[in-house]
Design a protein around this ligand. Structure first.
Ligand code: ADP
Ligand code: MG
Length: 351
């Protein structure tokens, strides 16, 4: 168990923490925009930066004041930084606890064919795998990764993301994986920690963070564009009614019990909204309750999905993601009359 307690660091113009966090034998993905303090967090744990306040411990043992080489933390940075004059094999063997470990890791990370080559002759993906193997060969007690896939092309990144998921699951150590890419974070993380301006905004499972963001920042950073300040018009029986433009939106709410007249922040992830044609269902067998008519205002082809913004007749815009198969069934997306289904339990009220 990696534990951070009141960990803080101040730079001119930037304040990190105080951060409290516990990471068990799991992958914790730290997600945040550029400059939010992700690298600072890892550097504090690795001992590359000295904290102003707070403490770091690993399995109950304090790491405070220990130099990096005595923390047994494995660190992999974005560029992998291999020794250029050593072959891949020599790089991996450099800090290996035993020779067998090198062979095991080479097999695991599919490096057998490149072991006798030098870093300059390797592809970016191969270099990152060698860097990871070198770090793992030292049998670290905690693994710290700083955007290790961010410089790779999308197909290699997707592939390595799958490999890493299995690899991390097999390691029985805390893994802290820093990224600014939400897809990598949700694919790899057992839990997500969302960092904003040096502070943790939310720590939870990826599903919870996506579907029940704690703050507007988390909602927007994880792709939930549909965030509305709405007045409450009634509540009871686990359902809250809010005013969305001229319409009334029912929200399933087990926890939040706002009173009528209060204003709340409600959000709906675009992936939880369903687009139907004006006549008949387009995106499934039948429309659930609570649909709103509208017109497609604009759309963007993102390759694997369409992002569609619908101007609801009620007077507000709402973004929805639509599969290409669904979009194909509309003669044209431009100005299409649609019906937007918003299931009551897809709406989240921020507390
Ligand atoms: P991220 O990794 O999330 O992009 P960083 O942790 O690298 O963010 O940086 C967070 C903030 O701290 C930035 O504003 C950065 O300029 C500042 N910072 C980081 N390291 C130093 C340093 N050694 N001296 C001064 N400011 C720093
Ligand atoms: Mg960084």
């Amino acid at each position: 168990m990696l534990e951070l307690a009141g960990l803080a660091k101040r730079y001119a113009g930037f304040e990190f923490g105080p951060v409290d966090l516990a990471v068990g034998e799991e992958v914790l993905c730290v997600l945040g925009p550029s400059g939010s303090g992700k690298t600072t967090l890892l550097s504090l744990v690795a001992g590359l930066v000295t904290a102003d306040a707070g403490s770091v411990s690993l399995d109950g043992r304090s790491l405070d004041g220990l130099p990096p080489e005595r923390r047994n933390a494995g660190v992999v940075f974005q560029d992998g930084a291999l020794f250029p004059h050593l072959t891949a094999r020599e790089n991996v063997a450099y800090a290996a606890t035993d020779e067998g470990r090198v062979a095991d890791l080479a097999a695991l990370l599919e490096l057998d064919d490149v072991l006798d080559r030098r870093p300059a002759t390797l592809s970016g993906g191969e270099r990152q795998r060698v860097a990871l193997a070198r770090t793992l060969a030292a049998d670290p007690d905690v693994l710290l990764l700083d955007e290790p896939l961010s410089s790779l092309d999308a197909p290699i990144r997707r592939r390595l993301r799958e490999d890493l998921h299995d690899l991390f699951a097999a390691l029985a150590v805390p893994v802290v994986y820093v990224t600014h890419d939400q897809r990598t974070a949700t694919a790899l993380g057992d839990r997500l920690a969302v960092l904003r301006e040096g502070r943790l905004e939310q720590v939870d499972t990826p599903r919870s963070v996506l579907e029940r963001p704690a703050t507007r920042f988390v909602a927007e950073f994880t792709g939930c564009e549909n965030v509305y300040e709405v007045p409450v018009v009634g509540s009871g029986e686990g359902v809250v009614r809010v005013r969305l433009g001229d319409a009334t939106l029912r929200v399933r709410s087990a926890t939040a019990k706002p009173t009528s007249g209060a204003t709340v922040t409600a959000c709906v992830h675009p992936s939880r909204v369903r687009l139907d044609g004006a006549v008949g269902a387009l995106d499934g067998p039948s429309a659930p309750d609570q649909s709103f008519p509208g017109t497609v205002r604009r759309w963007l082809d993102e390759g694997d999905q369409y992002r569609v913004v619908v101007a609801l007749d009620a007077g507000v815009d709402l973004a929805a993601t639509v599969s290409p198969a669904t979009a194909d069934r509309l003669a044209s997306l431009d100005g299409a009359a649609v019906s937007v289904a918003i299931p009551p339990d897809a709406v989240h009220v921020l507390s």
